[in-house]
Design a protein around this ligand. Structure first.
Ligand code: GDP
Ligand code: IMO
Ligand code: MG
Length: 423
């Protein structure tokens, strides 16, 4: 069997959580392979709205195994809250959630370092979620990190050693008031909860599952344009959000990857700082934000909004080897008189169709305009109900990218999902 990978193709918040929940019945195992509680994945069904940060979005379906892979970073405090929230819904995760021993832990001092680093950057800050993601991955690649598998061996000693290093850094490099102890008691409570789950050699576990004909879905976090290598550096996150990240973040070989499902919004959003060529500062931008309720699931920050950007979408499709597309939130534009798609950039007056090295703020988008469909599509269940103007919008995207738009999502609920390949 293969591992199918589901990824965001923009700057995150494309609707990955919703689609993973919709697709879960088709798979035996759902896995997260990178990122941490910087992610906020929203699921809506049966009057329930739930946001997940660390736990894969397969947990609301019966008889599925969910795995937090080695590439993920875990904050025990946030993990504990997530577990408590899910328990309240009457779901017991003790038999369905497995955690890689190799996943790294976010320490209270990582969060403080994140905040200190952002404060020191001032105006040029990344706009991080302040969850300690960057400093934790720095310790991972710097070979100083603490992992889930360390919990049972001299853990306190290893913890103190790393915190001492962080204190030195904070005192030497930053002018920043901090109190590590404030968060520590909660953190060790979280470690207790984390210890109650099954810690596994996830690479072995997953490869054994594949050998036993089990199907696996890998759930991406963030988006391709936030990838540490291919995103709009330095305004990125600190992990490989692209398809290759699923190989390293789970321990599965590249030839084990099957379908690559690329998720994009019918427009674009971004939270945090960094270039965004099609960003709108006008009424249309505000309308996208209002209609789409574009406020961060993790931080509550208003999301920046703009038209769909095909230049970067094609780039993301290329990097990930996307085999099928899922278009999200087109309903947000249901009442627009006209909509636009950016097909090239003007950089210093010269038209380019590729993402330039520096995605500076000077990029001027070149647009193709489409007539709006001006139809409420939120109750539609089949593509034969789609208005002509909407079909024109999708046809254009398929023609330009060369990849089929297999699924269209017309609302946040599980049920508002239309598979175009089903009769
Ligand atoms: P993720 O991080 O990619 O999982 O996405 P988020 O959950 O952060 O953000 C997506 C938001 O859009 C959530 O509030 C979802 O409930 C909502 N959503 C998902 N799909 C649709 C859709 O097709 N239409 C509308 N209107 N909202 C959607
Ligand atoms: P999901 O999985 C949207 C953004 C932050 C910031 C940059 C770096 O819900 O799509 P970090 O805390 O990772 O160091 O922040 O990345 N960012 C996200 N934006 N959705 C996310 O996750 C994000 N995770 C991080 O806003 O600009
Ligand atoms: Mg999100």
């Amino acid at each position: 069997m293969k591992v199918d990978v589901l990824l965001g193709l923009q700057w995150g918040d494309e609707g990955k959580g919703k689609v993973v929940d919709v697709l879960t019945p088709k798979y035996d195992l759902i896995t997260r392979f990178q990122g941490g509680p910087n992610a906020g994945h929203t699921l809506e069904f049966n009057e329930i709205k739930h946001v997940l940060h660390t736990i894969p979005s397969g947990i609301f379906r019966d008889d599925k195994i969910n795995v937090i892979g080695n590439g993920v970073v875990i904050d025990p405090v946030i993990f504990k809250k997530e577990i408590e929230g899910i328990k309240k819904l009457g779901i017991d995760l003790s038999k369905s959630l497995f955690i890689s021993k190799k996943a790294h832990l976010i320490l209270p001092s990582h969060r403080i370092l994140d905040a200190a680093s952002e404060a020191a950057k001032g105006k040029s800050k990344i706009g991080s979620t302040l969850k300690g993601i960057g400093p934790t991955y720095m310790d991972k690649t710097g070979r100083n990190g603490l992992r889930v598998g360390d919990i049972n061996s001299n853990f306190k000693e290893k913890y103190e050693l790393l915190v001492a290093k962080h204190r030195q850094m904070l005192d030497k490099f930053y002018e920043f008031d901090y109190d590590i102890s404030e968060y520590e008691a909660d953190w060790f409570e979280g470690i207790k909860i984390l210890s109650e789950f099954q810690h596994i050699d996830s690479e072995q576990f997953l490869n054994d599952a594949l050998k036993n004909e089990k199907s696996i879905l890998a759930e991406g976090a963030q988006g391709t344009l936030l990838d540490i290598d291919f995103g709009s550096y330095p305004f990125v996150t600190s992990s490989n959000t692209v398809c290759a990240g699923a190989c390293t973040g789970l321990g599965v070989a590249p030839n084990r990857i099957g379908n690559v499902i690329g998720i994009f919004k019918a427009y674009c959003t971004r939270v945090g700082m960094g270039p965004f060529p099609t960003e709108l500062f006008d009424e249309d931008g505000q309308r996208l934000r209002d209609n789409g309720n574009e406020y961060g699931s993790t931080t509550g920050r208003p999301r920046r909004c703009g038209w769909l950007d095909l230049v970067s979408l094609k780039y993301s499709i290329m990097i990930n080897g996307v085999t099928e597309l899922t278009m999200m939130k087109s309903d947000v534009m249901d009442d627009f008189e006209s909509v636009k798609i950016c097909t090239s950039y003007k950089v210093n007056g010269k038209e380019v169709e590729h993402v330039p090295y520096e995605m500076t703020d000077d990029i001027e988008p070149v647009y193709t305009e489409f007539k709006g469909w001006q139809t409420d599509m939120t109750a539609m269940t089949h593509e034969n109900e789609f208005p002509e103007e909407f079909n024109a919008y999708i046809d254009f995207i398929e023609k330009e990218t060369g990849v089929p738009v297999k699924v269209v999502s017309v609302g946040p609920n599980r049920a508002q999902t239309i598979d175009r390949m089903i009769d």
